[in-house]
Write a protein that binds this ligand. Structure first.
Ligand code: 13P
Length: 267
């Protein structure tokens, strides 16, 4: 029996859910291998969820080896926009690619806050990541003060538009945007599903203005900020929430696996 076009269309989800673990400044190389092996061994093999682990730089190589042949992908937490040169302490996109990283988190609020990264600098990194075939996970999010002042959407608009400036349409579908309200990161205060969906839908609208409807519908928008097994199912069921960027709950195999399973269960 041949499938009707209708059946074919419904069997292909528009956006594959993505669960990414941002380990931040945690785990030595040896500890990272133990954790990633636990995660990989228990991850569902018929992946309808893309799983990405972002360990610290010092664990990238050992984790890459541990993940050889696995569907779990590797990401970095930051990079410098220049390809090489006198930038003591920095890491280039090519160095990350050489360690089999396929994603890189850029513009995390901790980088913006503690290392004074600007939208313009983050944009340079986004463009450099694409040039090296690394998929950027561009983080955006408002502070508590900004939310209380009623400027959340304005802040998000600036960060998305400046962060993605100059990104060509034909590569834009590989970009990932992570909405991480700063007040929800590591605080246990999760955005309500309505708050999160409102901002995600707004970001989808911005992406539509930048790249057109067809491309915007293919770009994944992740939620980050105290995502846990208890709140994930509801968040992940929202129309424009395509996965999670997980901090604390990604540091333990059991909770991270529960989040992967929650994403896999969304119909
Ligand atoms: P938590 O999940 O610990 O709140 O961290 C979120 C985050 O910053 C992921 O990048």
């Amino acid at each position: 029996m041949t499938a009707t076009p209708f059946q074919t269309m419904t069997s292909i989800p528009m956006r594959k859910k993505l669960i990414a673990g941002n380990w931040k400044m945690n785990k030595t190389s040896a500890d990272a291998v133990l954790l990633v092996k636990d995660i990989d061994a228990a991850s569902p093999k018929d992946q309808n969820v893309e799983v990405v682990i972002c360990p610290p730089f010092t664990a990238l190589e050992s984790v890459a080896r541990a993940l050889e042949g696995s569907a779990v992908k590797l990401g970095a937490q930051n990079m410098h926009p220049e390809p090489s040169g006198a930038y003591t302490g920095e890491i280039s996109a090519a160095m990350l690619r050489a360690l089999f990283a396929s994603y890189v988190i850029l513009g995390h609020s901790e980088r913006r806050m503690y290392f004074k990264e600007t939208d313009a600098f983050i944009n340079q990194k986004v463009l450099a990541a694409f040039k090296s075939q690394l998929k950027p996970i561009l983080c955006v999010g408002e502070t508590l003060q900004e939310r209380e002042a009623g400027v959340t959407l304005k802040v998000i608009q600036t960060q998305v538009e400046r962060g993605l400036q100059g990104v060509a349409r034909d590569i834009a579908t590989s970009a990932v945007v992570a909405y991480e309200p700063v007040w929800a990161i590591g605080t246990g205060k999760v955005a309500t599903t309505a708050q999160a969906q409102e901002v995600h839908a707004f970001i989808r609208g911005l992406l539509t203005n930048l790249f057109g409807e067809a491309i915007a519908q293919k770009i994944r928008i992740l939620y980050g900020g105290s995502m846990k097994p208890a709140n994930a199912p509801e968040l992940l069921a929202q129309t424009d929430i395509d996965g999670g960027l997980i901090g604390g709950a990604s540091l333990e195999a059991r909770s991270f696996l529960e989040l992967i399973n929650a994403a896999a269960a969304v119909k």
